[in-house]
Each structure stands twice: as structure tokens, then as C-alpha cells.
Design a protein. Structure first.
Length: 670
């Protein structure tokens, strides 16, 4: 009754279905016997178990709020007199009980509409988290006039608060990330920029600036271990294209920071592929860019390759760093063909426009020269400086000094100044610097005297220019004597050997070689430049005038050969007069003829002396032997750079020596 009147337990409380006997009032000590006293109380269910959840209470409060609002609206309508009008309008039709509902099939069952407490009704919105399993009384309890009740519930609840769980998960993940980051090696890379750098430049990129040919340019990287654990890293260069096989122009060296002081002088500078840094340690990496390979220089000259790469600093179990490196290539005359060199601008190869850039009208090639300007400058400078160096040696050194001139030191002196064993400048650092100065003078068309410091002696300048000439000739595409020309010459030499024909005279040999080069004037003139220079050097280090006068010019021994090779002609004046080689064998333009005429003029006095002597067939003098050794050494050195390197060398040692002898045979006559 109190529940029905909403005076007690009406605010959302629920009760399970009552399926048990009344629990009051029983006689004490009896079973199923209700009150037999004078009062004779009627049985009742005065013991109840009610329950509710938070959802039940909230549902009740919501319904109560809605009911209060409805009452408030009704009171407002009554106050304005609107309730009667609404009542009249609500009658939509009349009801006749005799007629209406006659067709109803199912009778109304009043038991279905129980008038229990509305607070105990359970709708679809009820909270199912609390389920009643059973609701019973215990009739077997005899100690009281009440029979106790028992109810069992199954409570379903969230063991984890979703919001709190998400918050805890975030904190745990944050801690795990922190621990992982602290245990993960991490490096900081700082690029040491050289000189001024444009503001638009990437601060993490390595800019080498201008990169000349065969000049190393070095930049530094600083790597610091900013983590709390040791870090092991490697610096990897880009993989080379197997199909292209282009040699890399990058190299690097890592300075190990934790080596002992005793090892710092020797082991610290050794290149290493892997380095381990402890927390707080710093390592320096020197990255060097150098285009030393001639094939690579040709690709860069032609614009087929750019000096741009990506270095990868791989950290073991850490984050990798990608470092961009790039440089600007300075065009060079090395690695080009003779035809390309003849159309080189007067200001040198350095003024050439890159292949990918639009050509300027001022850089268009003009009329081709008869021979490369660079080759003429080198051969002319070497010829002049060799005379000056020998003269300075004799003037600055007294006869009492035991120091032997480099060209007199046997056997290396025979090939001076082109033989490395005879060079006097042994400091590789200084020598590399002077070589770069000589190449700079060639590429910019500067005077050699302007690029060498005043303290550099004539002897050192001569050695530097000689090495530069050998490198220049060796870098030419297909050489001065091309592969096709050499195959033709070699085939004729082998044919004469097989048919046992008599050897050609010096003059005939010269004519034969120059006729073979007549297909290209630039090759013929270039060949003459080099051979004329060799003849002048041979006359300086082993003068033909020092050979005794009793040497016969017609002798087959080494002495006549030496004399004729130094003169560039037959030693018989009448032969030279009757058969002038200028008209018979000169294939090219005027420079070749000029050099041959100059060669005859240079040694004409020697030939006139030797032809006056009778043919006594004496044994060769020491000076004649030395002259022949000088010519052989120079011919051996230049046969490897004048003739194309595309010719495959034989596999057998005997065949290789025979091939080298045949190559020397086309240079010896000059």
C-alpha cells in the first residue's frame, strides 16, 4: 500500500516475482501452520527483498520529471480555461456499446492488466546488469514466526573503466616509448661547411664546391652520440651500377675517437668501415671527392654524369641519416680526343659550357687548329726547360761535388725526365700540388711560369711537366697512333719479318710511319711534336757531338743508328740531298715539315762530321752506347702513351716483349 501510494520504496525499486508462500505469521516450531493464537493473524508477505540499480534510479527520476512537467502544463491550461475546449475536441466519435465491439474475436482478460506498483514494472530500458537468479523463502526455519527470504543476484559490471583504461594505456605507452628511445642509439650529424655557403643551400648537405680533375677536395662531418647507449654506425657509399661500372668519385675516412694516444699517430687515420661511439663521444668523418679515373672524367666532361650522390649513415638498431653530397665539375682537357682539342677555346677547357647548359654564341668552336694547343705548349716547354735545367746544374754544381745529375744515374737516368725513378722531387704532397698547378695552367691557358712559385727550380718544373705530358697523352681517346693505324703498321712489320726483307733505313722508316698517319693531319702533327721534343732531349742528355769521329755512318752497329735517330734523317748528306723526305713522306700540314727541317738543321753539323770518316767498322764507343740506351728508354716510355691503349696485350710474356719491341720500332727512327 505504501508503494502504491508512493510513500515508500517507489523511487525505482524492483522486486522479483513472488512464487513462495507467505512468510508471516507462523506458529513457532511448526511447518506450514499459520498463526493459531487468539489474534489469528492472516498470512502475509511482510518480508520482502527489493533491489535497484543506478539505471533504475535514473529512469525513475526521468519519469518523475516528465510527470511533474505534465502536471505543470495541465495546471497552466486549467488556469487559462483551455482544458474544457480540449476535452470537447478530444471526442472524435460516439460509442455505442451494443454495436461497437460486436465483431471482436478475443474477449478481454482483466487478469492481464494487473494493477501492481508501477515502480516495479520493468521496461525495455531497464538495466540488465543486475539479474535475479532466484527469490525464495525458507520454510524449514522453525525458530521464528517469520520465514526468512533468500535471493541470489548476478551482477554484471565493467571491471575496467574505459576512460581510465585509455588514460593508463597512454601513460604506459609514453613510458615504454621513453624507455625505448633511451635504450635506442641516436646520432647527431653536423656538416662542417667550408667557406661561404648560399642561404638557400641545404644545411645538411655536403657541398664540395669546384672539383678539378685529379685534385681531391675534402669536407668534414662531425658525428656525436647524443643517446644514452653505445652507437655503432657505418657510412655507405652509393652502389655502383654493374652495367655501367662507373668508378666512384667519393671516398671517406672515419677517425676513431677512443683509440689510445700511442695509436693515434698510426692507427687513428686508417680508414674504417665501422665505428662505435660511446655516449657523449664525437667522431670526425672526412669525405673526399676526387675524379681521378679518366673514364669517369670523360663522362663528366660530356655531361653524362653529374657529381651528385647520397651517402647513408646507417646506425645499428637506430635511425639512418641520409646525407646529400654534390660538387661543381671544372671541365678539363684531359680525357678528350685530338679532334676535340683542336677546337678548344683559346681560353682553355675551363671556359667550356657544361653539356646540359645552353651554348653561348661566344663559345661556339672556331676553325680547328693543326694540333692541340695543350700538346704544343707542353712539348715546347719541356724542350726549353730541359736545356735550362741541364745548364743550371752545370753552373750551380762544382766538379768536386759527388752529386750525380739525374740523367746520368743508370739505368733510370736513360729515361729522364720521364722515368719516375730518376725524379728528384720525392715529396708526394708537394708533387701533387705542383701537378695540379700544371693541369690548371693547361685548362686555363695560363703561362706555366705564372702557376709555379719562384722557389720551384727548373729541374722540378721539368719533372712536373714531363709527368703531366705522360698523363695527358695517356688520357687521349684512341691515342695519337690509333688502334687501326697501329694494326696496319704491326701487320706490315710482321710481314717483313716473315718474308725476311731487309730493314728499312731511318729515313724510310720515318716516311713509312708518317704516311700511315697521313689520314689525319692532327695525328701526324701531334706525333711530330712529341718526337721532335724527344730528339732535343736526347741531344741534351747524350749529345751526338761527343761520339768519336771514327764512327762510320753506314755501320749497322748502335753508333750509326744513334746518329741517324738524333738527326731525324740519314747520316749521309748526299742521300738527304738526293731524296728529300719533305716532299716524299710528309703527309700533313706545314708544322710537321717544319719540325723535320728543324731536326736536320739541328744535327747537320754532326752528320757532316761523321760522313767524312772512312768505314772502319770500329766497336761502339761508350757515348754511342749511352745514346742508344737513351733513345731506347724514351721510345719504350712513349710507345705506351702514343699508341692507343685499346690494343689487347698478348697473354704470353714472349709475345708481350715482341709487341713492345715492335712498338718501339716506329718511334726509334725519329
Amino acid at each position: 500500500m505504501q508503494q502504491d501510494k508512493r510513500k515508500a520504496f517507489h523511487d525505482g525499486w524492483r522486486e522479483g516475482p513472488i512464487t513462495f508462500l507467505p512468510t508471516y505469521k507462523y506458529d513457532v516450531g511448526s511447518v506450514a501452520r499459520f498463526d493459531s493464537s487468539e489474534k489469528n493473524r492472516g498470512p502475509s508477505w511482510c518480508d520482502r527483498i527489493l533491489y535497484r540499480t543506478r539505471q533504475d534510479r535514473m529512469r525513475y527520476e526521468r519519469l518523475a520529471k516528465e510527470a511533474a512537467e505534465a502536471r505543470k502544463r495541465d495546471e497552466e491550461m486549467k488556469a487559462r480555461g483551455l482544458d474544457k475546449a480540449v476535452a470537447d475536441d478530444s471526442v472524435l466519435f460516439d460509442y455505442d456499446p451494443d454495436v461497437d465491439g460486436a465483431d471482436s474475436v478475443e474477449e478481454y482478460d482483466p487478469d492481464k492488466d494487473s494493477n501492481g506498483d508501477g515502480s516495479l514494472d520493468v521496461d525495455d530500458d531497464a538495466d540488465n546488469s543486475l539479474q535475479l537468479e532466484y527469490y525464495v523463502s525458507h520454510q524449514g526455519i522453525l525458530s521464528s514466526d517469520h520465514k526468512p527470504l533468500a535471493a541470489a543476484f548476478t551482477l554484471t559490471y565493467d571491471s575496467v573503466d574505459p576512460q581510465l583504461k585509455a588514460k593508463v594505456h597512454q601513460e604506459v605507452v609514453r613510458e615504454l616509448d621513453k624507455v625505448e628511445n633511451e635504450s635506442r642509439p641516436g646520432l647527431t650529424v653536423v656538416v662542417d661547411h667550408h667557406g661561404s655557403q648560399p642561404t638557400s643551400e641545404d644545411p645538411n648537405a655536403v657541398n664540395f664546391g669546384d672539383i678539378p680533375f685529379d685534385v681531391p677536395v675534402t669536407r668534414s662531418l662531425t658525428v656525436a652520440n647524443t643517446s644514452g647507449v653505445p652507437a655503432t654506425f657505418t657510412l655507405e657509399k652509393p652502389e655502383q651500377d654493374v652495367s655501367n661500372r662507373t668508378p666512384s668519385w667519393l671516398d671517406y675516412r672515419i677517425d676513431q675517437p677512443h683509440l689510445s694516444d700511442s695509436d693515434s699517430g698510426s692507427k687513428q687515420k686508417l680508414p674504417s668501415h665501422e665505428c662505435t661511439l660511446h655516449p657523449g663521444e664525437i667522431a670526425n668523418i672526412e669525405v673526399t671527392a676526387c675524379v681521378r679515373d679518366i673514364e669517369l672524367a670523360r663522362l663528366v666532361n660530356d655531361g653524362k654524369l653529374s657529381l651528385e650522390e647520397i651517402l647513408v649513415l646507417r646506425v645499428a638498431h637506430g635511425r639512418d641519416h641520409f646525407i646529400s653530397v654534390h660538387g661543381k665539375w671544372l671541365p678539363t682537357c684531359f680525357g678528350r680526343s685530338l679532334e676535340e682539342l683542336t677546337v678548344m677555346p683559346e681560353t682553355g677547357a675551363r671556359s667550356l659550357v657544361p653539356a646540359k647548359a645552353p651554348r653561348d654564341q661566344n663559345n661556339t668552336p672556331g676553325m680547328p687548329l693543326s694540333a692541340p694547343r695543350e700538346l704544343f705548349r707542353l712539348t715546347e716547354a719541356i724542350s726549353e726547360i730541359s736545356e735550362r735545367a741541364i745548364a743550371e746544374w752545370s753552373m750551380t754544381r762544382s766538379e768536386a761535388e759527388e752529386d750525380t745529375p739525374p740523367w746520368m744515374r743508370e739505368p733510370a737516368g736513360f729515361g729522364w725526365p720521364f722515368e719516375p725513378e730518376a725524379w728528384t722531387l720525392r715529396d708526394q704532397v708537394e708533387r701533387s700540388h705542383l701537378l695540379s698547378c700544371a693541369r690548371e695552367a693547361l685548362d686555363t691557358n695560363k703561362d706555366f711560369n705564372s702557376v709555379f712559385a719562384p722557389e720551384v727550380t727548373s729541374l722540378q718544373r721539368l719533372e712536373i711537366l714531363s709527368e703531366t705530358l705522360l698523363a695527358f697523352l695517356g688520357s687521349l681517346k684512341d691515342g695519337i697512333v690509333t688502334a687501326a693505324v697501329w694494326q696496319n703498321l704491326d701487320q706490315q712489320i710482321l710481314t717483313r719479318e716473315k718474308t725476311k726483307q731487309p730493314p728499312l733505313s731511318w729515313e724510310d722508316s720515318q716516311a713509312w710511319v708518317l704516311e700511315s698517319l697521313a689520314f689525319s693531319p692532327v695525328h701526324s702533327v701531334s706525333f711530330t711534336f712529341v718526337t721532335f721534343m724527344l730528339a732535343r732531349i736526347a741531344n741534351e742528355v747524350a749529345p751526338a757531338s761527343s761520339i768519336p769521329n771514327n764512327t762510320n755512318a753506314n755501320n749497322r752497329g748502335p753508333s750509326p743508328n744513334v746518329l741517324s735517330s738524333s738527326s731525324g734523317n740519314e747520316s749521309q748528306p748526299n742521300t738527304a740531298t738526293q731524296n728529300p723526305p719533305e716532299d716524299a713522306s710528309q703527309p700533313g700540314p706545314a708544322p710537321a715539315a717544319f719540325i723535320r727541317r728543324k731536326t736536320r738543321t739541328f744535327t747537320s753539323s754532326i752528320s757532316s762530321i761523321t760522313t767524312e770518316q772512312p768505314s772502319l767498322n770500329p766497336s761502339p764507343s761508350p757515348m754511342a752506347i749511352r745514346r742508344q740506351a737513351v733513345e731506347t728508354a724514351l721510345a719504350s716510355i712513349f710507345s705506351t702513351v702514343l699508341i692507343s691503349s685499346d690494343i689487347a696485350a698478348p697473354s704470353k710474356e714472349k709475345d708481350r716483349r715482341a709487341l713492345e719491341e715492335r712498338k718501339r720500332s716506329i718511334i726509334n727512327p725519329f
